[in-house]
Design a protein around this ligand. Sequence first.
Ligand SMILES: Nc1nc2c(ncn2[C@@H]2O[C@H](COP(=O)(O)OP(=O)(O)OP(=O)(O)O)[C@@H](O)[C@H]2O)c(=O)[nH]1
Ligand SMILES: [Mg+2]
Length: 375
Amino acid sequence: MFWNRKKKQEVSPEEASAEQIDEIREEAETAEVPCPVAEGQSAATEMQDAAEQEKQASNTAEEVAEEEPKQGFFARLAGGMTKTRDKLAGNLSNLFKENEIDEDFYEELEEILVMSDIGIRSTEEILDRLKENVKKEHIKERALCRELLIGSIREQMATSESDFSFEEDKSVILVVGVNGAGKTTTIGKLAYQFKNRGKKVLIAAADTFRAAAGDQLSAWASRAGVEMIGGKDGADPSSVIFDAAHRAQSRNIDILLCDTAGRLQNKKNLMAELHKMGTIAQKEYPGAHVEILLVLDATTGQNALSQAREFNEVTELTGIILTKMDGTAKGGIAIAIQSELGVPVKYIGVGEKIYDLQRFDADSFVRAMFEGEEA
Ligand SMILES: Nc1nc2c(ncn2[C@@H]2O[C@H](COP(=O)(O)OP(=O)(O)OP(=O)(O)O)[C@@H](O)[C@H]2O)c(=O)[nH]1
Ligand SMILES: [Mg+2]
């Protein structure tokens, strides 16, 4: 199971999860967990409501789809990454004007990459690879180094098809991250995309910590045209996951997207909570793939990297979503995170609209970062 490869824990995962699940099961059976279907409704009314909701949902999805700009995602990505590119490209073009490949060249290049939030560690890796290739291919001109540099970053950032296989499986996606990173917005965007691809999507509002978090998510769910299941403010988030996973199984849902609270309490609690959610999702929706996606705000640069490190210590992240790539000069952080954590960046957000999210694609990213729209 996904957490089995995880770090040392004081209680054995099997014991802990069995106890926790019993607790949750009891709570869920006795507690009133408000959800879109009120208690006591007959199965027929439930189905009618579901059909009605689905009808409204598809109307909403169509309305939203009409708003989507004609401009392709690459153009929007390149537009969004203007600040990152301006910072990097201007400096690089001066550097590549000269011809000699000497120590000064490597030092200057190092400075430019570090300044672009690519991070010291990944910059060193990039430079080592560059030096090796320059030697191997007997390169004598700086201009040719540019292509090598871009190619090696592209290779480093490449995702594999299997990174996205969960999109085609039955999946429970736990979306985690600190306050304000963009979790709720991203869930809305993901729900919209999956729904448009014909998937049956359900959203679980497991951020029961912050008042009004459920309302915000519910607005996104209706914009995306999908159903949401919620819990009372202050309810145990795992009880929401329990209900949602249960419903996902009974309704044969393809993708269950779970919003979680943004607070990063002490590591032990966070680890226990995420572990519990994962365990419950797996038990209540057997056979579903559990994906844990960390949402990071790219504008926070190196801070996003340290959050990624912390979360990666407490849970087994399966991917990163970088939001707010628009309007930041710190887009290079994507490279630092991928290189340091070895966790793939799977999606990037370039705006606040429902269609402003895309699967991460190394080729487009590198083009947007180094070359821009005209490339
Ligand atoms: N420009 C831009 N803004 C974004 C993007 N993604 C999210 N936002 C904005 O970031 C702010 C916070 O987003 P939320 O989705 O509420 O963040 P959250 O992680 O759910 O926050 P909490 O629920 O408080 O933990 C909102 O104003 C969003 O519109 C993006 O890709 N680009
Ligand atoms: Mg939120």
